[in-house]
Design a protein around this ligand. Structure first.
Ligand SMILES: Nc1nc2c(c(=O)[nH]1)N[C@H]1C(S)=C(S)[C@@H](COP(=O)(O)O)O[C@H]1N2
Ligand SMILES: [Mo]
Length: 257
């Protein structure tokens, strides 16, 4: 078979398969309503796939030239507990990040431990729901590395970030800042536990010694002053049950941008 006839043969074979398949489809579609259902399903599948792709994509990264001269601090700028004051006075040498909940191996990590892991650096734009944005350079360890080290236990679905600060003073402690993300975001390559900002140790007003960067979501998801990561199957039993300080006060849990 020369090249020309081989193509014609393949072309004919493919056309033949198509015709048979189409004939089959036509028969199904002739029944009233099936056509509509099939089209509806296709649209749903497409929407679901688009939504997933949206979440997989990388957030835009910028260059040094884009760094904001001023990066506003928002919410807590200095946790006011004695515990935090002591940790700060000791330059966070006594600070430990607890990793527990639905994990195989609970961890207690010092800043040095976190810094000894491979790091990622990214220049990204922070968007606050209040309507301001700022670009900064963040360095830290990918959350997936820490979770891989701890190992997930059956039932693990979300990571809860417990912070050092109380944004609102309450008797029951429900004013404590916390946040949560699912495992898709936890394993996203740009999701960092950041210990440096613009080439310097993370300043107190921006969440020292460690904060979350979860780049495809709004500012309030980026928990500062991290003390503990808890892997959970759901967050109904935590404070207001909505998965975060602002979520408990009416904000969206998934704050995609
Ligand atoms: N622990 C803690 N994390 C927090 C907040 C806070 O008040 N406490 N504020 C959130 C909000 S609304 C925003 S916009 C960002 C602000 O981060 P920045 O202070 O570094 O600008 O932190 C988020 N994370
Ligand atoms: Mo914000």
């Amino acid at each position: 078979m020369n090249e020309f006839s081989r193509r014609r043969f393949l072309g004919g074979a493919i056309a033949g398969v198509g015709a048979v398949a189409l004939a089959g489809c036509d028969r199904v579609i002739q029944h009233a309503g099936v056509d509509q259902v099939l089209r509806g399903t296709e649209r749903l599948t497409m929407q679901a796939q688009r939504a997933i792709l949206q979440r997989e994509r990388l957030a835009a990264e910028f260059t040094e030239a884009d760094l904001s001269p001023v990066f506003r601090a928002n919410g807590t700028r200095m946790p006011d507990s004695d515990e935090y004051a002591q940790l700060l006075a000791g330059k966070f040498s006594d600070w430990r990040l607890r990793v527990d909940g639905l994990v195989q191996q609970p961890l207690s990590l010092s800043l040095a431990d976190l810094m000894s892991l491979p790091s990622r650096t990214q220049i990204t734009r922070h968007d606050c729901v209040e309507g301001w944005s700022a670009i900064a350079k963040w360095q830290g360890v990918q959350l997936s590395r820490v979770l891989t080290a701890a190992g997930l236990a059956p039932g693990a679905r979300y990571v809860v970030f417990h912070c050092a600060d109380e944004l609102e003073q309450t008797l029951d402690g429900s004013g404590r800042y916390y946040e949560s993300i699912d495992l898709f975001d936890a394993w996203h390559p740009q999701t960092l536990l950041a210990y440096a900002m613009n080439n310097r140790p993370l300043p107190v007003e921006h969440g020292a010694p460690l904060r979350l960067r979860v780049e495809r979501q709004l500012g309030y998801k980026h928990a500062k002053y991290l003390m503990r990561l808890e892997v959970v199957s759901g967050f109904d039993r935590l404070w207001g049950g909505k998965g975060g300080y602002w979520e408990d006060r009416g904000y969206e849990w998934y704050a995609g941008i």
